[in-house]
Design a protein around this ligand. Sequence first.
Ligand SMILES: [Zn+2]
Length: 319
Amino acid sequence: MAEENVPQNSESSEEPVPEIMESIMCELCGQDNYLVVYKGALKPEEGGSKVEETYKSSGNKPSEDTIVKCNNCGLVYVNPRLKSEEIVEGYSEGSDENFVSQVKGRESTFLTGIKFIEQFAKPGRILDIGTASGSFLYVAKKRGWQVYGVEPNKWLCGWAQKNYGLYIQPGTIDSLNYPNGFFDVITLWDVLEHVPNPTQVLQRCHSLLKPEGFVYVNYPDYNSYASRIMKGRWIFLLSVHLCYFTRETIAKMLEKTGFQTLNYRTHWQTLKLGYLVCRMRPYSMLLYKLGNFFVNILRLKNFPFKYQLGQTGVIARKK
Ligand SMILES: [Zn+2]
């Protein structure tokens, strides 16, 4: 992807926005004044192609969208983007065997996550938004939490029921019917950067939380070393991501929605080496082939590999 720094606003944009896409205002401050940081290669006629393939949990298609940075508040976001209805629709269907092949690694990753949360909150009712296969709730339940989850992908909900015996409600945060003030903690693991309306999602979390309840958000940090070094090839510049937060912009959004930011953590993820090598494929065929060769020779396909490429967690308290 070409890196550009061209000031632009929607009035001066010459290319027509295809019908399936929409131009949007900055989600954080509401202004329409931005700098293009990456000029996308997405052709208008490709706007709607393979929505189902793109919007799944392990969706690893490198971003082809135009990514902009708000001149006012610094939020980095995709603009223009696919219309919201198309995005949610894309997540709800399709199966994702690739994603669930990594459950063991995810369970060990989530164990360190729940331990971090427990430094702030005692086990109580916990709601996980965008639960995916339920690995986080499975780990939390074993540590004494009463667990609740919601996930748009019906296939993943079924997987959690079958393999963990967990009921995960199919849908999004908007489909939940719990009373206000019901939960002690709400978690969003790698979810907020996918949703078309992160402010609204955090506002809804705020209502569902008890007074002084906690929200935990895990997200790929745009200002991390990995992002700054890898630039346009940063592994989290994905077509499924609509917003790229930094510590500063996530804190502003949490503040705006009624939370006080307490602490951040660097999130180390564990995945099987073979899976990581496969995910290199869209970036470098050479690295993928070399990696695959050695992983096969050394029989390291299932070797648990810990890595950090900018994933960050933030915990905040309801004010
Ligand atoms: Zn802004």
